[in-house]
Design a protein around this ligand. Sequence first.
Ligand SMILES: NC(=O)C1=CN([C@@H]2O[C@H](COP(=O)(O)OP(=O)(O)OC[C@H]3O[C@@H](n4cnc5c(N)ncnc54)[C@H](O)[C@@H]3O)[C@@H](O)[C@H]2O)[C@@H](O)CC1
Ligand SMILES: [K+]
Length: 510
Amino acid sequence: MNRDNVYTTATIRSGELAAAEACGLDAKQLMQRAAQACVQKLQQVCPAPARILVLCGPGNNGGDAWFVARYAQQAHYQATVVAAKPKSELAKQAAAAWSEADGRVIDLAETLSVNEFDWVVDGLLGNGVSREVSGHYQRWIETLNQSAIPVLSIDIPSGLDSDSGQPQGLAVRARDTVTMIAWKPGLLTGAAADYVGRLTLADLDVGRAFEQQQSRLGHILTDNVAERLLQVTRADSAVHPSKASQQNVHKGTYGHIVIIGGGPGMAGAAILAGQAALRSGAGKVSVLCHPDSRAIIAQTQPELMVESFAEGRHRLEQATVVALGPGLGFSPENSLAQDTWRQVISHCVERNVPLVLDADGLNWLAHADHRSMSLSAHTVLTPHPAEAGRLLGCSTAAIQNDRVRAIQQLIENFSSTIVLKGAGTLVGAPQQSLWFCRRGSSALATAGTGDVLTGIIATLLVGRTPVEAAAAAVWLHARAGEIAALDGERGTIASDLLPLIRQLRNAPNY
Ligand SMILES: NC(=O)C1=CN([C@@H]2O[C@H](COP(=O)(O)OP(=O)(O)OC[C@H]3O[C@@H](n4cnc5c(N)ncnc54)[C@H](O)[C@@H]3O)[C@@H](O)[C@H]2O)[C@@H](O)CC1
Ligand SMILES: [K+]
């Protein structure tokens, strides 16, 4: 079974019973397996006879939790149940199993000191959360989040939306989450990383049947896959015959990357993109910038070839890949930036030159009427949520509330490869399933890291399809961020990533 596939919540909810039936199981047996998987995890993280508090909500997530209490008790844990009235038929049966074992139940409306317990099992709400958390649910989640007691969440931290990864007002911050059957996007993107803790997939032995019956939304960008993508080069045409013609054309070169940006006061963005391209292994990097930025860029990094756009236009003819946007400048009266943008886009579209559009490159795209222009299929757009909002004409919050929908819309509108940045970065392209990157660090949320990513993508575009290059670059950048953060997340800056990019390019498992 490919344990990296991601399915929408709707697919999981509508398909899990059919998969169980194909394996000769009914819904109650599936629930019992879910509970057993959670008890196994408990046994790893807090051996019996620990004191555990089991919180049971009204639906089947609560049903799982009632069975957890029962099995935990059988495994010699001291289990205490706090429960809402079970509403679903399965939850009622699971609650009955606890009563038959003479288990005591405390009503959710009561208060209890959680400090008496070693661990909490959170079965309040699962993938059926349908509204903002309030009342006793809110109170319990606040209590858990304020206490230091570790929490194991069943399926998904209660209150987290299992598609968007956004809390519905409030969500449990778990130490561990055991999710059932298959990965859901809400565990992997948006705010998920702040809530899910360590993730475990329990496929309940129906995962294979489920995968055979359902189509996936995407897959996790695993280390293995990323390392393989990083190794694929033009010399590998036998492995990737689809790229043979492009590979032959450029054989023997590591590519000439042309970066266009660096407006007045924004030379740094072009420098960082250029340095990242060099450290990712580009053979030659040119920067075309505003005349005022030329000297500082050239002095900062002598390996960069620097010209003003007017002087260096001919560089476009030599470009293997173009990166347009870092520090370009964006304001209605900035006609130099706008003209440059138009000329570069036209060149790349006409010649089918691979293009990365970032920062002001995206702002000009949002400003243009994109319906009247087409980008080449070799284009990668790298919006952060605010830029994505500008491109789609909606708010940043709307993007974050449904990142999967947002990237799908961007792919459709621009027929390009899209990197939707932010925690749980998504990568997608037309007719391809999405990549979910779980790696990364909040240390990457600082100025300039986007410019670095642009430089990496541009370099990796040499010899890879746009989606492969974007996925490999996102992973590399995220890993570099993680490693940089080992010296302290606070104070990590974009240029700290540069030596790590070099290390990772030479040894991805560094
Ligand atoms: N159906 C199956 O065969 C399986 C289901 N499983 C479990 O079932 C869960 C899904 O069960 P359900 O569909 O019953 O959904 P949930 O258990 O997530 O909750 C649904 C219930 O909660 C209420 N609710 C929704 N939002 C609320 C809020 N904000 N505040 C208070 N109450 C709220 C709903 O009115 C409904 O009564 C999964 O997450 C998983 O844990 C697993 O046992 C695997 C097998
Ligand atoms: K839960």
